[in-house]
Write a protein that binds this ligand. Structure first.
Ligand code: NAG
Ligand code: NAG
Ligand code: NAG
Ligand code: NAG
Length: 320
C-alpha cells in the first residue's frame, strides 16, 4: 500500500511539472513549441504571439515593456489640458501589437534590439501626437499621445485622383487621425483594406478606438509603401540590405531611414530641420526611459535622415 501511494504521488508530481509553462514568470502564457522539417523552431505563446512563428520563441513585448513603462513614456496624456484624455492606454497598444508580434514586431533580434524597435515606433507616435510645444511642464517630450486627431483641419483630404480605387464617402473627412496619423482617402482606403474595416465610409473609427488606431500605425510600420522598398520595421531591425543606389543616396539601416519611409521629403533630405529633430528627440527620450540608453541608437548618420534622398520624392505618404 505504502509503495503504491509513493509511486502515485511521484507520478502526479511529474505530471504537474510537465504542465508548468516554460517561461515560468507568467503562468497564463504557455509556450507551445514545434519544429519544421528543416529543424527550425517555431513557437506559439497564446494571445500575445499566436500561430507558430520563429519570432514567438523570443521574448514578447509584455515581457520587457509593461504598463508602468507606458505610463512613464506618455505621462502627460491624461492631464486636463491634453486633447485625448482617457483615450490611449497600454492595453490597446499591446492588443494591437499582438497581431504583429508573430511577424517580428518587437520580437526580432535580442532584447536590446526588441526594446529599441518599440522605442523607435513609439518615438514616431509620441512626436506625431505631441502637444508639448507650448506647454512646458515635464518638458516638451512628455506630451506624446496628447492628440488622437488633427485639431483644425484645413481641408477634407479627399483626392479625386483615387475616385475609382478609394472613392471618398459623401460627408466623410480624411483629416489626420491615429497614433501615426493617417491623412487622405487613399491612405484610409489602404489601411482599411488590410485591416478589413471600412475606413473609407468610417474614417472616424480611428479616433473612436485606440486599439484600431494602434493597429493602423503598426500596420504602417510593418508594411512597405511600395513593394520594391523596405518597411520601416525591416529597415530598422536590419532585415533590409541597402542597394548601391541606396548607399549613394545616403540611405542606411537605422532610425533615420524609418523617417524617410514614413514621411519622405516632408522630413528627410532637408538638413537639420525641427520636424526631423523632434522625432529623433522622442526616440532618444524613450530609449533613456526604457533603460536602453540613447547612446545605443548609434551615430548621427544612422539616427538622422538630414542628408538622405527620399525613397518617394513626390508621392504623398501615409503620414505626410
Ligand atoms: C531571438 O532572440 C535571439 C537572441 O536573443 C536572436 O539572436 C534571434 O535573432 C531572435 N530571433 C529572431 C527570429 O529574431
Ligand atoms: C544585441 O544585438 C545587437 C545587434 O545585433 C548587438 O549589437 C548587441 O551587442 C546585442 N546585445 C546583447 C546584449 O547581446
Ligand atoms: C476596436 O477595434 C478593435 C480592433 O479592430 C476591435 O477588435 C474592437 O472590437 C473595437 N472596439 C469597439 C468598442 O468597437
Ligand atoms: C537609382 O536612383 C536614381 C535616382 O533616384 C533612379 O533614377 C534610378 O532608377 C535608380 N537605379 C536603380 C538601379 O534603382
Amino acid at each position: 500500500m505504502e509503495i503504491t501511494k509513493t509511486v502515485t504521488i511521484t507520478v502526479i508530481t511529474i505530471l504537474l511539472l510537465c504542465i508548468i509553462p516554460i517561461n515560468g514568470d507568467d503562468s497564463s502564457t504557455k509556450t507551445l513549441v514545434k519544429y519544421t522539417r528543416s529543424g527550425k523552431k517555431l513557437c506559439d505563446k497564446g494571445w500575445e504571439c499566436k500561430g507558430y512563428s520563429i519570432y514567438c520563441c523570443n521574448l514578447t513585448i509584455s515581457d520587457y515593456f509593461q504598463v508602468y513603462q507606458f505610463e512613464n513614456l506618455f505621462s502627460k496624456r491624461n492631464t486636463p489640458i491634453a486633447h485625448a484624455v482617457g483615450f490611449w492606454d497600454y492595453h490597446s497598444f499591446i492588443t494591437a501589437a499582438a497581431i504583429y508580434q508573430p511577424l517580428g514586431f518587437g520580437t526580432s533580434g535580442n532584447k536590446t534590439v526588441q526594446m529599441m524597435e518599440v522605442a523607435a515606433f513609439l518615438g514616431h507616435v509620441g512626436a506625431k501626437t505631441s502637444c508639448g510645444y507650448g506647454v512646458a511642464t515635464g518638458g516638451p517630450l512628455a506630451w506624446g499621445l496628447c492628440y488622437n486627431h488633427e485639431m483644425s483641419p484645413s481641408q477634407n483630404y479627399c483626392d479625386d485622383y483615387y475616385k475609382l480605387t478609394y472613392p471618398c464617402s459623401p460627408g466623410a473627412d480624411y483629416y489626420g487621425r491615429g497614433a501615426i496619423p493617417i491623412y487622405w482617402n487613399y491612405n484610409y482606403g489602404a489601411v482599411g483594406e488590410s485591416l478589413k474595416i471600412d475606413l473609407l465610409s468610417h474614417p472616424e473609427y480611428i479616433e473612436q478606438n485606440a486599439t484600431l488606431a494602434f493597429e493602423a500605425a503598426i500596420w504602417r510600420w510593418m508594411t512597405p509603401i511600395k513593394k520594391s522598398q523596405p518597411s520601416a520595421h525591416d529597415a530598422f531591425v536590419g532585415n533590409w540590405k541597402p542597394s548601391k543606389n541606396d548607399t549613394l543616396e545616403k540611405r542606411v539601416p537605422g532610425f533615420g531611414i524609418t523617417m524617410n519611409i514614413l514621411y519622405g521629403d516632408g522630413v528627410c533630405g532637408q538638413g537639420d530641420v525641427d520636424q526631423m529633430n523632434t522625432i529623433i528627440s522622442h526616440y532618444q527620450y524613450y530609449l533613456d526611459l526604457l533603460g536602453v540608453g540613447r547612446e545605443r541608437a548609434g551615430p548621427h548618420e544612422t539616427l538622422s535622415c538630414a542628408e538622405q534622398k527620399s525613397f518617394n520624392p513626390i508621392t504623398k505618404t501615409a503620414s505626410s
